[in-house]
Design a protein around this ligand. Structure first.
Ligand code: FES
Ligand SMILES: [Fe+2]
Length: 436
């Protein structure tokens, strides 16, 4: 439970807010590389942390991210023309390079004028199928994190993104909440046994123990937590451990071990929910594996569009809302489907959005099953506090290569923490909470 003031501090990300200042100290995905498919293609609108930008790919394939409004007299550069190595504003023809250098000012006779001015441009890196940017002060720019999936070939990686019309913290809560899996997702999980997909096999066991024991620990990077479930195996009763890691400000390594989430605030009430699967051995990024995976979780283009979860549909009546009952089909519920909702992603989004655009956390009743949710609030609010105090943001220079999500059946006497040897656990007072 949080006070209303704490909730506001944690959720609001616009310029001038505490979390806004904090988020701006990290590299964040601004959009997917696939949204700028070709050099010289049309510029696209990007909203990130409540600010508006234009992104374009120049003739050499370099991506630029500039303030949307032209630095001359404010026309939208979304109307602009991508010409060679820059974008030209159609109002008076000023042209800007990806780094903000002014290349041309045709309505000004003085040739030197353009050398004295500069458009506001933001650093951009492309890695792992995402276009990353940093919106904070230049002198505090950290190195770009190196996640393991950033270095695999595109054919070994699947990128997907769902637009979700609620605050980013709500989406993250669902990702550190193992106990909802065997309830909310019971119908698609019960079908998992019939599927050959890695994802299906890794989640199969969760259908059988609805009340996992949860332990959560603060770590050097944020926190990790484990869900421990009893399972029956050939060797008798065993415990399956599923360990997830949360890395501020909005990153989660899923226990499946091959799935990473970035939950990026577009603004206070809209979120880009990025998924990355990777597999160094298998060409999961190629057909038919790619489409099979995306369809299984409801992230294929068709399902996303029908449920108002793409950039083009999230602003329309298709977005999940009370009016369309968050796309729940009551006829399906009557005939045996637990939720009556399309698949994993749509089930998550329905319950998350139905709580309101920014959920009121002053009225919630957290239980032992919600240990990791409390951790999430605490790590986020601590990070804001650190930045406000002038300290470096939590995990901004974390050793990301050592952070992992993992699941495994534990041999007798083996502690789950041995599954994550690279995570440094904080031993301070109140750093560990466990529920027997
Ligand atoms: S407003 Fe863009 S060139 Fe004048
Ligand atoms: Fe879920």
């Amino acid at each position: 439970m949080l006070t209303q003031a704490e909730n506001e501090l944690m959720c609001r990300v616009g310029p001038g807010t505490g979390m806004g200042a904090t988020m701006r100290r990290y590299w964040l995905p601004a959009l997917a590389s696939s949204e700028l498919p070709e050099p010289g293609g049309d510029p696209v609108h990007v909203e990130l942390l409540g600010e508006h930008f234009v992104a374009f790919r120049d003739a050499e394939g370099k991506v630029g991210l500039l303030d949307e409004t032209c630095c001359h007299r404010g026309a939208s550069l979304l109307l602009g023309r991508v010409e060679g190595c820059g974008i030209r504003c159609i109002y008076h023809g000023w042209k800007f390079a990806v780094d903000g250098k002014v290349l041309d000012t045709p309505n000004v006779a003085d040739e030197k004028f353009k050398d004295r001015i500069r458009a506001r441009a933001y650093p951009v890196r492309e890695a792992g199928g995402l276009v990353w940017t940093y919106l904070g002060p230049a002198d505090l720019q950290p190195p770009l994190p190196e996640w393991p999936w950033m270095t695999v070939e595109p054919s070994h990686r699947i990128n997907a993104m769902a637009m979700v019309t609620c605050n980013y913290v709500q989406m993250m809560e669902g990702l550190v909440d193992s106990s909802h899996l065997s309830v909310l997702h019971i119908t698609p999980l019960s079908q998992a046994g019939k599927s050959e997909l890695d994802f299906a096999r890794k989640t199969e066991q969760m259908a059988f123990d609805a009340a996992p024991r949860i332990e959560a620990e603060l770590t050097d990077f944020g926190f990790h937590y484990v869900a421990l479930r009893d399972i029956a195996s050939a060797e008798g009763r065993r415990i399956e451990a599923r360990v997830a890691a949360f890395i501020p400000p909005c990153f989660i390594a899923n226990p499946n071990g091959d799935l990473f989430f970035a939950v990026v605030p577009v603004n206070d009430v809209t979120t880009r929910f990025y998924h990355v699967w990777w597999n160094p051995e298998r060409n999961i990024g190629e057909e038919p594996l790619r489409s099979e995976q995306l369809k299984f979780v409801g992230l294929d283009d068709d399902a996303l569009a029908r449920h108002g979860m793409t950039p083009a549909t999230a602003d329309t009546a298709l977005r999940p809302s009370r009016e369309n009952r968050w796309h729940q089909n009551r006829q399906l519920v009557r005939t045996g489907h637990f939720t009556g909702i399309h698949s994993f992603t749509q089930e998550d989004v329905a319950v998350t959005v139905s709580g309101g655009a920014i959920r009121d956390r002053s009225k919630e009743m957290l239980s032992v099953a919600d240990l990791a949710i409390g951790r999430l609030y605490r790590v986020l609010l601590n990070t804001v506090k650190r930045v406000a105090n002038g300290d470096p943001p939590t995990a901004v220079d974390a050793n990301t290569r050592a952070i992992r999500g993992v699941s495994a059946v534990l041999s007798p006497g083996v502690h789950w923490r041995t599954l994550v040897p690279g995570h440094l656990v904080h031993r301070g007072a109140d750093a560990t909470e466990s529920v027997p």
